[in-house]
Design a protein around this ligand. Structure first.
Ligand SMILES: NC(=O)c1ccc[n+]([C@@H]2O[C@H](COP(=O)([O-])OP(=O)(O)OC[C@H]3O[C@@H](n4cnc5c(N)ncnc54)[C@H](OP(=O)(O)O)[C@@H]3O)[C@@H](O)[C@H]2O)c1
Length: 158
């Protein structure tokens, strides 16, 4: 099962200068609960921006140009090799923009925190056809004066 998880602004803003745009502690808690004890898949830039390994999760990093990873990281240079490895596994794709783009058309579930705010950014969440998904609202929160909804887009079985 391929799960995508991301937090996006009103215009699908994702990040700026390899950082997140909003500080939303309750969203980070949601992210932690969802991804805990799972495999997380990310691009090199997101791995760098995390700055550390996240506890209780298996880290997979996709990178052509870097190979100097700590032993705990499973590194793939090749997207197709990565796809073979995660086949029949339950994984969370945690970003960034280039990695979401690689998985958006094959994701089963998309957990999107939809933030009621807009900011300058340099990366966006990719377009996806929402008519192919059933949308569930999992909750609403706010942090530091910013409100947001936890949503789940489940791909409809054809
Ligand atoms: N809002 C959110 O929920 C959220 C979540 C995650 C990240 N973000 C934000 O997103 C931004 C980072 O996104 P990004 O698109 O710049 O970077 P990214 O997707 O995290 O990483 C890009 C890197 O991944 C590697 N890569 C990508 N496609 C590959 C492929 N097909 N095969 C092998 N390697 C591949 C390359 O690494 P090499 O250059 O090493 O080869 C590439 O430079 C940051 O601002 C971050 O804060 C936001």
């Amino acid at each position: 099962m391929i799960n995508i998880i991301a937090a996006v602004g009103k215009n699908n803003e994702l990040g700026l200068n390899n950082q997140l745009l909003w500080r939303l502690p309750k969203d980070l808690k949601f992210f932690k609960e969802k991804t805990n004890n799972h495999i997380i898949v990310m691009g090199y830039n997101t791995f760098v921006s995390l700055g550390r390994l996240l506890p209780n999760r298996t880290h997979i990093v996709l990178s052509y140009n870097h190979s100097d990873f700590v032993d705990e990281v499973i590194h793939f240079k090749d997207y197709n090799e990565l796809l073979k490895f995660i086949k029949n596994k339950d994984v969370f794709i945690i970003g960034g923009a280039s990695i979401y783009k690689l998985f958006i058309d094959i994701a089963d579930n998309i957990y999107l925190t939809e933030i009621n705010d807009s900011k300058k950014c340099d990366v966006y969440f990719p377009y996806f056809d929402k008519t192919l998904y059933d949308k569930e609202i999992l909750g609403e929160e706010n942090d530091n004066g910013v409100s947001y909804q936890f949503t789940l887009y489940k791909r409809r079985k054809l």
